[in-house]
Design a protein around this ligand. Structure first.
Ligand code: GLV
Ligand code: MN
Ligand code: MN
Ligand code: MN
Length: 415
């Protein structure tokens, strides 16, 4: 009789350490932003590990990376499992990497047990989930689902070094092309499953090891620009000033009070702010910021967006400056497949895990895959719910428990 596939916890933990060294930051986190040298190094490390195990490796035109274990019938659409390897500029070592390496550990544990699935199983590492270096986020999974890399992304400039998206995409693909195969975007998928850290405190505080994610809240990103007139800081009296920063701070101060009240599900974040010309003794010519707005309900998102536009326009009028606002991302909330969620619940019963059903506050590639194949996610607890921070931490036993749950779920979905 074949041995039952088992997670090798030590191997998984060693892999997490290995990848945490790629793009490591002095504060104990990683900076492996999408399509940078660090991201390429992580892709090439995963490729080496996969090839050493005899798996075939492919990439598509969005630089998504696939590792394939054959099934009895290779013509069936694969079960796809994975996450991402890119990070925030001062990111943690688990966001994305835990899901990708857990999926790879599951593939290895199936291979260790000489388990032959009926259909192929593929691990995926999606390109640019984070969206901080090139917006929008989840570029790889979007392009996959749309079956093409949208032309409007080609000229996008990176927020760090100004390089072009298309140049970085092609350089990333070319770096691995001699070693791995090519895959077309959007091939049929039987189901998609992703494990991720919760990035919030609820599992940890309730001491529940596994979250079964039934959906993802909606996200909108807005770019805001106020334009006034730069002038001398010492000589320009109040009535002659058209100060865009004053409009921006006035508008934001109002929004901080109204958009995200204490007892509501809305999330409002200004993560990037800039003024030009940026001189100590000149009134700014422009003041700009980004807004990240989230809520589980599209109707509420519409209302909040309207409110943001109205309040910022009002602040511009008060300060006699021009106002421009542009929506760069609109990710509608999504509900995951009832069938996959039921399979996860069955797997948790078999494997003996206490679970909680939850909606994800963060967006994930599964949000886009849900439009292509039945999908769902598993969350594991992280310390203090902290993420997008170098101090992000998952207890080793929680990583291993998550991987056991993930393996049980994969076996359930394959049965
Ligand atoms: C990306 O990781 C996000 O949810 O903001
Ligand atoms: Mn992530
Ligand atoms: Mn993230
Ligand atoms: Mn995310």
């Amino acid at each position: 009789m074949m041995p039952r596939p088992e997670i090798n916890g030590e191997r998984l933990l060693a892999r997490l350490d290995l990848f945490a060294a790629v793009g490591a930051t002095p504060g104990g986190g990683v900076n492996r932003q999408a399509l940078t040298v660090g991201d390429r190094e992580a892709r090439s490390l995963l490729t080496r590990l996969a090839k050493a195990r005899g798996f075939s490796v492919f990439q598509d035109d969005a630089a998504n990376l696939f590792i394939r274990m054959e099934g009895r019938d290779g013509s069936l659409p694969p079960l796809l499992i994975g996450s991402h390897l890119d990070s925030q500029p001062s990111g943690g070592r688990f966001d994305g990497a835990l899901g990708t390496l857990t999926a790879f550990e599951v593939l290895e544990s199936l291979a260790d047990a000489a388990f032959e699935p009926d259909r192929p199983v593929e691990v995926v590492a999606w390109t640019n989930e984070e969206g901080c270096r090139f917006a929008p986020g989840c570029m790889g999974s979007r392009a996959f689902v749309e079956g093409k890399v949208p032309a409007e992304w080609e000229g996008l400039r990176a927020t760090d070094d100004g390089s072009r998206f298309n140049d970085d995409r092609l350089a990333t693909i070319e770096a691995l092309a001699p070693e791995i195969g090519h895959r077309r975007l959007g091939f049929p998928v039987a189901a998609y499953l992703e494990l991720h850290i919760e990035q919030g405190p609820s599992l940890e505080s309730a001491e529940i090891p596994v979250g079964i994610v039934t959906g993802v809240q909606g996200t909108r990103w807005l770019e805001v620009l106020f334009e006034g007139q730069t002038a001398h800081a010492g000589t320009t009296a109040l009535q002659f000033r058209r100060d865009p920063l004053k409009a921006l701070t006035r508008g934001l101060a109002a929004l901080y009070e109204t958009v995200m009240p204490e007892k509501d599900d809305a999330r409002f974040t200004v993560g990037r702010i800039a003024v030009t010309p940026g001189s100590v003794n000149a009134i700014p010519a422009t003041a700009s910021c980004t807004i990240d707005l989230r809520h589980p309900d599209t109707f509420v998102l519409d209302q909040l967006e309207e409110d943001i536009r109205t309040q910022l326009a009002g602040a511009a009028e008060t300060e006699s400056v021009s106002f421009f606002i542009r929506k760069t991302v609109d990710m509608a909330p999504v509900t995951f497949s009832e069938d996959v969620v039921a399979a996860l619940q069955a797997a948790a019963r078999t494997a003996g895990f206490k679970t909680r059903s939850m909606i994800s506050g963060a967006f994930h590639d599964a949000l886009f895959l849900a439009g292509h194949a039945p999908s769902a996610m598993i969350f594991v607890p992280c310390r203090d719910g902290l993420s997008h921070n170098e101090a992000e931490y998952v207890k080793p036993e929680d990583s291993v428990a998550g991987a056991r749950m993930f393996l049980a779920s994969v076996l359930e979905l394959l049965s």
